[in-house]
Design a protein around this ligand. Structure first.
Ligand code: FPP
Length: 228
C-alpha cells in the first residue's frame, strides 16, 4: 500500500492524512475484491522495519488500524469477510491487539473473502519462526513444502478455503516501487508481480480490475513447458 506519504506531501498534508486516505482505499479494495470474487486478500499495513518511522506516524497508523478493525467488524461479519492478522503481536499497543482479537473472533465464520492484514510483519522473520517451530517438534514430524508453507503463513485455514494463503497468486505493489520488501517471500514463490505507479490513496476498483486482467493474461507455467 505504498504512496500514502507522497500522496499527502504533494497536497501539503501530513503523512497521517495520507494514511487516513489509505484507509478509504482499503475499504474500496475490500468491496471490489468481493465483487471480483477474490478469495484471499493480504494487505501490508505495517512492516517490522516500519518501527524506524517517527513515533507519531507509527502511533497514528496503529490508531487508524484499530479504528478500522473496530468500525468494520460488523460489516465484515455481515458480508462474509473473515479478518485475521499476521505478524508479531507482542510489540503492538494493547488497544490494537484487543481490536485485532475482537475482529478475528467476530468474523471467524466468514467464507466469502479472507482479509489478512500484515502488521509488524517480516517474511524473513516468519520463515525463521517456522524453522524454530519445526526444530522444536522436528523429531516427531516430517516437513514437506506444504506443511512448512502452512507453518510460515500461519494458516490453519478451514478446508473450504481454496486456494490456501500459503500460495500467493498475485502481488500488487503501488507507488511505483519495484521490490518485495520482505512481504510473503515464501508464499510468493510463483506469484505474478504487478507494479503500478498509482499512489495507494488513489487505488480503486478500476486499478484492481486492471491488475486482475494483467494477471489473467499471464502464462503461468510453474516450471513446465508452454502448452503447444
Ligand atoms: C506505505 O506508504 C504505507 C504504509 C506504511 C501504511 C499503510 C497503512 C494504511 C493504508 C492504513 C491502515 C491500513 C488498514 C489495513 C486499515 P508510505 O507511507 O511508505 O508512503 P510513501 O511511499 O509515499 O512514503
Amino acid at each position: 500500500m505504498d504512496g500514502n506519504g507522497r500522496w499527502a506531501e504533494r497536497r501539503g498534508l501530513s503523512r497521517t492524512n495520507g494514511h487516513r486516505q489509505g484507509v478509504e482505499a482499503v475499504r474500496r479494495v475490500v468491496d471490489a475484491s468481493l465483487t471480483e470474487n477474490v478469495r484471499i486478500l493480504t494487505l501490508f499495513a505495517f512492516s517490522a522495519d516500519n518501527w524506524q518511522r517517527p513515533a507519531d506516524e507509527v502511533a497514528g497508523l496503529f490508531d487508524l488500524i484499530s479504528r478500522y478493525l473496530a468500525g468494520e467488524s460488523r460489516a465484515c461479519q455481515r458480508r462474509g469477510v473473515r479478518v485475521s492478522v499476521i505478524g508479531r503481536r507482542d510489540r503492538l499497543p494493547r488497544a490494537l491487539t484487543s481490536a485485532i482479537t475482537r475482529a478475528e473472533e467476530a468474523t471467524a465464520g466468514g467464507r466469502r473473502l479472507w482479509l489478512r492484514i500484515a502488521i509488524d510483519y517480516s517474511a524473513r522473520e516468519a520463515i525463521l519462526h517456522a524453522v524454530r517451530q519445526l526444530a522444536w517438534d522436528g523429531l516427531r514430524t516430517t516437513a514437506s513444502l506444504d506443511s512448512f508453507g502452512r507453518l510460515i503463513s500461519n494458516t490453519r485455514e478451514p478446508a473450504a478455503w481454496q486456494p490456501t494463503a500459503a500460495e500467493v497468486d498475485l502481488v500488487i505493489r503501488t507507488g511505483g516501487e519495484r521490490r518485495l520488501s520482505d512481504f510473503l517471500l515464501w508464499e510468493s514463490a510463483y506469484a505474478e508481480l504487478h507494479f503500478t505507479n498509482s499512489m495507494w490513496p488513489d487505488f480503486g476498483p478500476e486499478d484492481l480490475r486492471a491488475a486482475l486482467h494483467d494477471f489473467r493474461g499471464r502464462d503461468r507455467r510453474f516450471g513446465r513447458l508452454a502448452a503447444s
